[in-house]
Design a protein around this ligand. Structure first.
Ligand code: SF4
Length: 117
């Protein structure tokens, strides 16, 4: 076999692998079970949607009224100023009047409260 034959064979091999269809995975990834999948932070309510988020203080922070009242003793100080637009599961969540889902945080995520009893 001369050099030209070797180059032709290498080119043919390259073309065969480059144009071959990609094999499908043996087992596709199963869809997550909604009952056990972790909550998507993008779909969770934010503090901005909660009645407990106050107006800006003189220092520029917006404080959580539930934390100030001492209702979140295990997770926040009384001067807690949460990130307003981050979705979260919070036992102190209180929906605003226009929210179609009027369940409180304790009703939505009872496991948060029950774990501390
Ligand atoms: S109670 Fe929870 S959800 Fe509501 S403002 Fe405070 S930290 Fe945010």
């Amino acid at each position: 076999m001369n050099l030209l034959d070797l180059a032709s064979a290498a080119l043919a091999d390259f073309e065969r692998t480059a144009t071959a269809p990609t094999p499908a995975p043996a087992t596709p990834n199963p869809a997550p079970d909604p009952a056990t999948a972790p909550a998507d932070p993008c779909t969770l309510p934010t503090c901005e949607q909660c009645r407990n988020l106050g107006q800006r203080d003189r220092d520029g922070f917006r404080r959580c009224a539930a934390a100030t009242r001492g209702e979140l003793p295990y997770i926040a100080s009384k001067r807690y100023a949460p990130v307003p637009d981050q979705g979260r599961r919070c036992e102190g969540y209180a929906p605003k009047p226009g929210d179609p889902d009027q369940r409180t945080g304790r009703e939505r995520w009872p496991e948060l409260w029950e774990a501390k009893q």
